[in-house]
Design a protein around this ligand. Structure first.
Ligand SMILES: Cc1cc2nc3c(=O)[nH]c(=O)nc-3n(C[C@H](O)[C@H](O)[C@H](O)COP(=O)(O)OP(=O)(O)OC[C@H]3O[C@@H](n4cnc5c(N)ncnc54)[C@H](O)[C@@H]3O)c2cc1C
Length: 348
């Protein structure tokens, strides 16, 4: 392996333009890495400075509560490689810094299928396994073959199989046993060369019901997902947000049945293990939070799950609001809400 070279580590860096909530907060140190050599050099420098490392993609799933006492390492390594084509399948290796949506669009142009339902999810390929991104009836785990990473502590390279990743709803080993230990460098995907589509998710099913009856293609699904997402979700570049702020709680079947008796409108989705996923947005809206604003932060007017920075720029105020929302849902429904994005920094 070649000797690590010097990288440009910036001190006391403002992070407002590196997170989609546009929250203010400063990193003690900050570096952008574009290749493996720079990554190794940055990790070596963090160790010599005695700083913990926080890998960063596009900042679309983080909340800055304040300043961050760490080296924030922005992963910008690029590259897509076809590893193998066999039968109906193709295996790809994609560098962690690739933009997720651009990659999905590229797969369709090549005739590689399976990711179209995940179009327009913000962020990088390297962050996608962290919470097993999911949307419109598909989760990332269905297409991940392996995840390549390095230990932050000693640079050691490690490859995790799909099973090793312990993927679950908005969860993985990277949020559990391996939390804060790795930087993901690349992800291997197995995609299909056959055009099969998944359109059972209610919003997609009704979209295609309204269309002429020709066979739906993966490109149609991609276009539909992009259109639906654009019509429903605020663009973070215009209205700073981090997508869904809370996970949909997964609760015991009997608890869900009792809730449904009291609240027949509550959307419930049965899980394979007998538990039931209940719609956090419905409960938050029922508690009257939709459209609420205070101190420059608030809840989106059309989407109760999306918290917005309306110019308050203060993550601590946003987290206070989130805590109040969670507490009112707990009081009304007896259900605990968990925040989806990762919180960093000390409250100011
Ligand atoms: C408008 C909007 C809509 C969204 N819709 C969805 C959706 O439909 N489904 C969904 O699942 N998510 C959704 N999200 C959340 C977000 O897009 C995903 O979680 C995405 O994968 C985050 O990517 P990122 O590069 O921005 O990660 P960041 O926000 O930069 O990082 C998120 C976490 O991953 C870690 N991380 C990032 N890169 C690496 C790496 N290379 N190695 C190790 N750790 C790393 C960070 O340390 C941090 O803990 C949405 C967000 C927004 C703003």
């Amino acid at each position: 392996m070649s000797t690590p070279e010097a990288v440009n580590i910036q001190r006391d860096k403002a992070l407002g333009s590196y997170n989609t909530l546009a929250l203010q907060g400063r990193a003690q140190a900050f570096v952008t890495v574009g290749n493996e050599r720079e990554l190794l050099a940055a990790l070596a420098q963090a160790r010599s400075l005695g700083l913990p490392v926080i890998p960063l993609g596009e900042g679309s799933n983080i909340v800055l509560a304040g300043d961050v006492e760490a080296l924030v390492l922005r992963q910008q390594c690029r590259g897509i490689e076809v590893l193998k084509t066999a039968g109906d399948a193709v295996t790809l290796r994609v560098a962690a810094g690739e933009n997720w949506h651009d990659f999905v669009r590229w797969t369709l142009r090549q005739g590689y299928y399976g990711l179209e339902n995940l179009a327009l999810i913000p962020g990088t390929v390297g962050a996608a396994p962290i919470q097993n991104i999911g949307a419109y009836g598909v989760e990332l785990r269905a297409r991940v073959l392996r995840v390549h990473a390095r230990y932050l502590a000693d640079d050691r390279a490690v490859t995790l199989s799909n099973e090793d990743c312990a993927f679950a709803y908005r969860d993985s080993v990277f949020k559990g046993a391996l939390r804060d230990q790795l930087v993901i460098t690349a992800v291997d995907f197995t995609l299909s060369l056959q055009a099969e589509v998944t359109t059972s998710y209610p919003a997609l099913a009704s979209y295609f019901e309204a269309c002429p009856s020709r066979a739906v293609t993966p490109q149609d699904v991609f276009d539909a997902v992009v259109q639906i997402r654009r019509s429903r979700l605020p663009d973070p570049a215009v209205v700073p947000n981090a997508g869904s702020f809370f996970k949909n709680p997964v609760i015991a079947g009997e608890t869900a049945a009792a809730l449904r008796d009291s609240y027949p409108g509550l959307p419930c989705f049965s899980q394979s293990d007998g538990r039931v996923k209940v719609a956090a947005a419905w409960m938050i809206e029922h508690c009257g939070w939709k459209g609420f604003r205070r101190d420059g932060v608030g809840v989106h007017e059309q989407h109760a799950l999306v918290l917005i920075n309306y110019g308050g720029d203060n993550g601590a105020l946003l987290l206070d609001l989130a805590a109040e929302i969670a507490s009112s849902v707990r009081d009304a429904f007896g259900v605990s809400l968990e925040i989806e994005p990762r919180v960093y920094g000390d409250r100011r």
